[in-house]
Design a protein around this ligand. Structure first.
Ligand code: FES
Ligand SMILES: [Fe+2]
Length: 399
């Protein structure tokens, strides 16, 4: 068991809300969504990817957030994020979620950018002397890497990233997160508010009713919530006796990661970096599940499966049983989230009572409410980082 677990205050008060859920507007309202996009997604450091997906020069991934889109590119100075549109007339440059290119060609009038985001060629677009090529590269988005996770921020004054991560580093160290290999990623569109997905992936109370395969392997009764420092929340859950892997078979010949303490070999540690990246840390693999708001009633989930390179290098390596379990569980979950959204969309919804097993649900909502109640200063996405200050004053943002 990690030391940090034993330091928790067992007598702490549960539930900022007194154990009651939140309003119809909080989960489905336009105004709440606007505030989340402005004050959370437009202001904070956001975890967006894993470095193993961007290993080689020219490799890229994209992510859509709100109405915006970001391109992560591995250039000559490492991984950098850019706004994913052409500087000429705004054509969205890359639609594919991942790939490798040494230059990015805009398909509208054929401007070409190199892997460092610089404008390389105008391909015949005629300008008079006023045009400055060097000022028309892709617009950068702030980028940082911690523990193998790529973070971006649209704000020039995001809260301190290391402070926000708090005790996350202890989990990242034990599960060797920076060294793992992402062997698969899959995107899922979900017709629900993003917070309902964040709730769902952070509680196991629904396992017996929704996930027969997961429930067979994991014990929702042998579980507990962490009280962690930083903008992170988490819980642990036991793997049932006789099983050693959270997968369709429940068994794996993979060697457990060497730093995982004895007591955690038979557990999943569910840790979320707020607002939107959940980790399921197990001794033989790590899953990351990340949810991005698109509108008050729609979001995207990107699920990553990560394994230790000493295992992926083996000729008989397969993640099939792990993928099969989660892919099925994911569709089971989206149905729950979508139908819950349809219930909460009813203006007559009256907030219900959360159980002690749903403490993380309450923690997520309390954090979002704190971030959006006006006490944290809004930092909209700036069109140009150099103009971030003026943009803050002048515009709102939808990401
Ligand atoms: S919009 Fe890209 S080259 Fe014109
Ligand atoms: Fe679930």
């Amino acid at each position: 068991m990690f030391d940090l677990i034993s330091k928790q205050d067992e007598d702490r008060p549960y539930f900022d809300t007194g154990g009651v859920g939140r309003s119809h507007d909080f989960y489905t309202g336009e105004e709440q969504h606007r505030r989340e996009m402005e004050r959370i997604y437009g202001r904070r450091w956001l975890p967006v990817d894993h470095v193993s997906r961007l290993k080689e020069k020219g490799s890229y991934t994209t992510l859509d957030i709100g109405t915006g889109s970001v391109l992560l590119l591995h250039g000559d100075d490492g991984i950098r994020a850019y706004h994913n549109y052409c500087r000429h007339r705004g054509y969205k440059l890359v639609e594919e979620p991942a790939g490798k290119r040494q230059s990015i060609v805009c398909l509208y009038h054929c401007w070409v950018y190199d892997r460092n985001g610089s404008l390389k060629s105008l391909n015949g677009t005629y300008f008079d002397h006023f045009f400055e090529k060097e000022k028309n590269g892709l617009l950068p988005v702030r980028t940082e890497i911690r523990f193998g996770v790529v973070f971006i921020s649209f704000s020039d004054s995001a809260p301190d990233l290391d402070e926000s991560l708090g005790e996350f580093g202890e989990f990242a160290r034990v599960y060797e997160l920076a060294d793992l290999e992402c062997v698969q990623a899959k995107d899922y569109p979900v017709a629900s508010n993003w917070k309902l997905v964040a709730h769902n992936v952070n509680e196991s109370l629904h396992f017996p009713t929704a996930h027969k395969d997961l429930h067979r392997i994991t014990d929702f009764d042998a579980a507990g919530t962490y009280d962690l420092k930083g903008d992170i929340v988490g819980a642990w859950q036991a793997i049932r006796g006789g099983y050693n892997s959270v997968s369709m078979t429940g068994h794996s010949t993979r060697t457990p990661m060497r730093l995982v303490p004895e007591d955690d070999l038979g557990r999943i540690n569910w840790i979320t970096i707020l607002p939107n990246l959940l980790f399921g840390f197990t001794a033989d693999y790590v899953m990351m599940q990340w949810v991005w708001p698109e509108s008050p009633g729609t979001c995207y989930v990107r699920h990553f499966w990560l394994f230790h390179p000493s295992e992926t290098a083996k000729p008989d390596f397969s993640h099939e049983a792990v993928f099969a379990l989660w892919d099925k569980a994911n569709y089971e979950d989206w149905e729950l989230c979508e139908r819950t959204h349809r219930g909460l969309a009813n203006p007559m919804w009256s907030p219900g009572t959360l159980s002690l097993d749903e403490e993380v649900v309450s923690q997520i909502d309390a954090w979002v409410a704190r971030e959006t109640d006006g006490s944290a200063s809004p930092r909209p996405v700036a069109a140009d980082p150099a103009e971030a200050t003026e943009a803050t004053e002048a515009t709102g943002t939808e990401g």
